[in-house]
Unconditional design. Sequence first.
Length: 318
Amino acid sequence: MALISSEQAVEALKREDVVGIPTETVYGLAGRIDSEVALKKIFSVKARPFFDPLIVHVESLAQAKLQASAWPEVFDVLAGAFWPGPLTLVTGKAPHISSLITSGLSTVALRCPRHPVALQLIREVGVPLAAPSANRFGHTSPTSSSHVEEEFQGHVNTVEGGPCEIGLESTVVQVEQKDSQWDVTILRPGGISRDQIHEALKIAGIKFQISRQESSASPGHLKHHYQPNCPVVLLQDQEWDAKIQLQIEKHFHKSFTFIHRIRFTSGPLESARTLYEEFRNAAKNPDALIVVEKPQEQSDPQWEAIWDRVERAASFIL
Ligand code: TXA
Ligand code: MG
């Protein structure tokens, strides 16, 4: 890989190539939304199935509205509170949005990132950028430019933007009006917590209900996703011991001589920021097994996105 400048990235995106770009959540693999060539390249580079729709990244609220066929008023509240930032809004798509982006769905996912490099690139290219996380399908997302290099072995040029501020993907939400209230559905927990959404809607005087739903339209929610190159075990109710290790070694027909234990001792923000890097670093050892311990007090909503990712990355939940 080469690290390229923002100017080179704008050139590359204009000529329909794909580029690794920093965002505040994770690095993305970006291509312009009006280029079938670029969109197809995103899927082929990632080995991503076409049934997994892409997020469209915009530089402003005005640009977001141009990509949508419907803009419920509650989106103004959410975008007002959290954009630019790690919240993705799913709504009806405007006719020009390619079905490659939406996997044939009538909806489109929109997000205005807050990393200055991402915003500058979208502005200078002049059209929104489709950008999934810059990792091979199903793997851990990259939170630094060197992770993008590792993922694609030099086949993707990337703009340096430093380590990601959030470290986990954006929260994906869909809303529906039901009678006199808004049903807010969290399709993927992420950088904006359920509590934050609750607070913003409450302050705005909106009548709402928030629920979490696994969407079949959202394979980021496939049971196994976000996986590092070594097995992960999540311990919920048990202590790690030799008996469990033996059971796991039997299952994988190998012995693990490097047990990397994670028991988040800092708060949720710091833990989210470092989780993927910790997965990646541990998995560099060919005999590694990652063991994550879940304490009771980490069950509250601020930890929701972290446990969602750990559960999907885990081969065993004990
Ligand atoms: O933080 C992020 O969101 C990062 C950065 C690069 O912006 N992007 C990201 O993209 O995580 P990706 O493709 O890895 O995940 C996008 C998620 C997927 O789970 C996808 O299924 C869901 O958003 N999604 C996209 N369009 C959708 C739609 N129309 N309806 C429901 N879910 C959708
Ligand atoms: Mg992803």
